[in-house]
Structures are given as structure tokens and as C-alpha cells.
Design a protein around this ligand. Structure first.
Ligand SMILES: NC(=O)c1ccc[n+]([C@@H]2O[C@H](COP(=O)([O-])OP(=O)(O)OC[C@H]3O[C@@H](n4cnc5c(N)ncnc54)[C@H](OP(=O)(O)O)[C@@H]3O)[C@@H](O)[C@H]2O)c1
Length: 324
């Protein structure tokens, strides 16, 4: 396993992190999740990503139960705030009140004294940026968080947050968590250059386009039972962003390219993300131990230049007209 500094900062993350969206504390039972955490840590993974909103606190609670067996110093724990946690007007967003209260609630659910990386899940245009920066700085001074970061913020807002934090004498965001994969390359146009300029690391999500880039979906066929694509309660983003015949056919081709390198399609897809200098780590989400075993193989995968060029042609980077 390789460890990279989180952007310009001192903390080092494994190039693969274990995520918990729709899995731990939801569709994956505690026994399987415990085995996944064990395998991840044994394989060198040193960080875990969750969010207060994943199954309304249940993912954090499951991690609180499951991480008790491990020394707190040995892993980096990242969670998020912003998404609704109740029906009240203050039960969401990035106000100082909500961030402060949810930080305390996350600490209780996670059964820990501090959060290593506290991420703003999305921007909150109804709260002044100064307020969010200040509360993050206060939480760090109180010892409740160590670093703070953002997720899916656009380049201009990331720049503004860095500039404002410096002007205020506060800690700036250290990381961004964008969607990034061969099928979603938009961060390359503005977000990654902005992060590189300001020293933020990128810990990227959905590196397998929700499973489409594993090669397990046949072009022209219905998705197999038990997969994310087959479950209408969780496949909307996948269907909207990635699911079309052309993509499924390209993945078939990619599977062959991966096979020639002695890799699986998932390994090639995840290793491709790690080729970008702006990416610190890819977050993997799994429902089965066998998937994690597969995906951990991406950490040591080498992609030859000619294969990178081929992939670039198959899945082209962002066009000037794409939204950032
Ligand atoms: N910041 C944000 O807004 C945000 C948003 C989304 C996710 N995230 C974070 O990023 C993590 C990863 O996101 P994601 O779950 O969308 O990632 P992903 O890697 O694109 O998709 C993961 C899903 O693909 C399938 N899969 C994974 N490995 C496989 C393999 N080797 N073979 C076959 N199928 C495989 C599994 O689904 P099935 O077995 O069910 O088919 C798994 O749950 C999350 O856990 C979360 O921590 C953050």
C-alpha cells in the first residue's frame, strides 16, 4: 500500500480508503462490515470515510461499534456535515449552530473523542462562508476535529474559502471530496488545478461509477439481482450518470485491456484515478469481502503509458462546455 500526504499537509493517507455510503450500517451487516474493516486494515488501508447523513447516523453508529477493536491512533477517521438530519430549519447546512451540534452528535455516534477530517458535504449558499470557516477553526481549537475539508465544492468556492481562511487567520480546508472516475472527469478542468494551487488533497468518491466500471453489467441485459443497479431505491444516480449501452460496451473493452495487464476492470479503474497528481486517495465502497479483496489490488497496479492513452480516448476528459 502506498501512503500519500493529504495535499500539502502532514497527514498521510493510504491511496485506498474505505467508505460507508449505502453499505456499513445499512445494506452490509455488522459481521461482514467487521470482516471488511479487518481486511482493509490488514491490507494497509489507514482511513475510513463516512457522513452523519449516511442512513441518518446509522453508518457512524456502526463504525463506532466496529472500530472499538482498533487503536484510535492507527487510523484516520473522516465524516461529513451538511445534509438534513431532521425536519427543523436548523437541522441541515453549514451554520455554526448545526456544524457545532452535528460535530458533537457525530462524536457520540462514532464513540470517539475527535474526528480527523471533518468535511462539508456540499456548499451551503444560505450561510456566510466566514461562519463555516470560523466554526471549523473553533472545533479544531476545542480538539474535536483535526482537519476540515469540503466535498463537491466548485473551484471558485474552494478558492474563496482558502483566501478567506487566510485573511481570518483560520485553518484553511485541507481536502476536497469530488466524484471522480473514468466516467466522470469534470474535476480535471478547474477543481483539481485549484486544489493543487492551494495545497488541498482530493479523496475521490465513486471511482467505479457505482459498480459500472467493474464489468459486472452486461450490455443489453438486465442488471443481476442483488447489485446496486438492480435496486431502484439506490440506483438513481447510477442510472442518470453512467448507465447506457455505449458505456457498458466500453467497459467490456476495458476488461480485456485490464486482463492483458493481469488486472481486473475494477483495479484498472481505481488505479487510473490514482494516476492524477491531484488525487491523494480513492474511496472504495463494497458490499462483499470479495469486492474489497479485488479493489485493494488497485493499490499496487501500474498502468503503462499506452494503456493510459487508450483509456483517455475511450473516456475523454471534460469539454470546455461541461459544468465544473
Ligand atoms: N462526498 C459524497 O458526496 C459521496 C458520495 C458518494 C460516495 N461517497 C463516499 O465514497 C465511497 C465510495 O462511493 P461509491 O460506493 O459510490 O463507490 P463505487 O466504487 O463507485 O461503487 C461501489 C459499489 O460498486 C460495487 N462494487 C464495488 N467493488 C466491486 C467489485 N470489485 N466488483 C463488483 N462490484 C463492486 C458495490 O455495489 P453492489 O455490490 O451493491 O453492486 C459497491 O457498493 C462511499 O462509500 C462514501 O464513503 C461520498
Amino acid at each position: 500500500m502506498e501512503y500519500r500526504n493529504l495535499g500539502q499537509w502532514g497527514v498521510k493517507l493510504s491511496t485506498i480508503g474505505l467508505g460507508s455510503y449505502l453499505t456499513i450500517g445499512m445494506h452490509v451487516d455488522d459481521d461482514t462490515a467487521a470482516e471488511c474493516i479487518r481486511m482493509a486494515f490488514d491490507g494497509g488501508v489507514n482511513w475510513i470515510d463516512t457522513a452523519n447523513a449516511y442512513n441518518r447516523g446509522e453508518a457512524e453508529k456502526a463504525l463506532g461499534r466496529l472500530l472499538k477493536d482498533y487503536d484510535r491512533d492507527d487510523y484516520v477517521l473522516a465524516t461529513k456535515v451538511w445534509a438534513p438530519m431532521g425536519d427543523g430549519p436548523n437541522d441541515r447546512g453549514l451554520s455554526a449552530k448545526h456544524v457545532f451540534e452535528q460535530c458533537n452528535a457525530s462524536l457520540r455516534r462514532l464513540e470517539t473523542d475527535y474526528i480527523d477530517l471533518y468535511q462539508c458535504h456540499r456548499p451551503d449558499p444560505e450561510t456566510p462562508l466566514e461562519e463555516t470557516i470560523r466554526v471549523m477553526d473553533d472545533l479544531a481549537r476545542q480538539g474535536k476535529i483535526i482537519y476540515w475539508g469540503v466535498s463537491e465544492w466548485d473551484a471558485a468556492l474552494i478558492q474563496e474559502a482558502c483566501d478567506l481562511a487566510t485573511m481570518m487567520g483560520c485553518r484553511p480546508p485541507v481536502s476536497n471530496q469530488p466524484r471522480y472516475s473514468l466516467m466522470w472527469r469534470r474535476p480535471e478542468s478547474l477543481v483539481f488545478p485549484t486544489c493543487l494551487r492551494n495545497g488541498l488533497g482530493n479523496v475521490v468518491f465513486s471511482p467505479l461509477a457505482h459498480g459500472v466500471l467493474t464489468g459486472k453489467y452486461e450490455p443489453g441485459a438486465k442488471p443481476p439481482e442483488g447489485t446496486r443497479a438492480a435496486d431502484d431505491s439506490m440506483n438513481k444516480i447510477m442510472m442518470d450518470l453512467y448507465w447506457d449501452e455505449e458505456n457498458l460496451r466500453k467497459v467490456r473493452e476495458m476488461e480485456e485491456m485490464a486482463g492483458d495487464l493481469g488486472l481486473t476492470c475494477a483495479q484498472l479503474a481505481m488505479a487510473w484515478c490514482l494516476e492524477n497528481a491531484a488525487v491523494t486517495s480513492v474511496i472504495t465502497g463494497v458490499t462483499k469481502l470479495s469486492q474489497l479483496e479485488d479493489n485493494l489490488g488497485a493499490a499496487n497496479a501500474m498502468i503503462p503509458a499506452d494503456v493510459l492513452t487508450k483509456l483517455d480516448r475511450m473516456f475523454p476528459g471534460p469539454k470546455a462546455t461541461d459544468a465544473p
